[in-house]
Write a protein of this length. Structure first.
Length: 95
């Protein structure tokens, strides 16, 4: 089983079949069980975007930011986190 450490806290990385079809979402971060779950059909760029979005939720939770934000602001933070990290990856690969 794969995992990623977010501010020193290990989160399990799981792939789940049918997540988009059954629940209408590409992934989620389970903050209580320390799991990041992604639909197994996600490929390359979509995977990166959703993966870093969910890591953004974990990061906000672990640093205490999560508690200070509204649900909409949490989503905006996670999306911005994802866009920023994906853009860094693009720039690094071009160099």
């Amino acid at each position: 089983m794969k995992e990623i450490k977010v501010l020193g806290v290990p989160y399990k990385l799981l792939r789940k079949k049918g997540l988009m079809e059954d629940e209408g979402i590409e992934g989620y971060c389970d903050l209580h069980n320390y799991e990041i779950v992604l639909d197994e059909s996600l490929r390359e760029r979509a995977f990166d975007k959703v993966f870093w979005h969910e890591v953004g939720h974990a990061y906000a939770h672990e640093c205490g930011l999560h508690e200070t934000l509204s649900p909409d602001a949490r989503e905006m933070f996670a999306q911005t986190f994802s866009v920023f990290l994906c853009s860094l990856k693009k720039k690094t690969l071009k160099s």
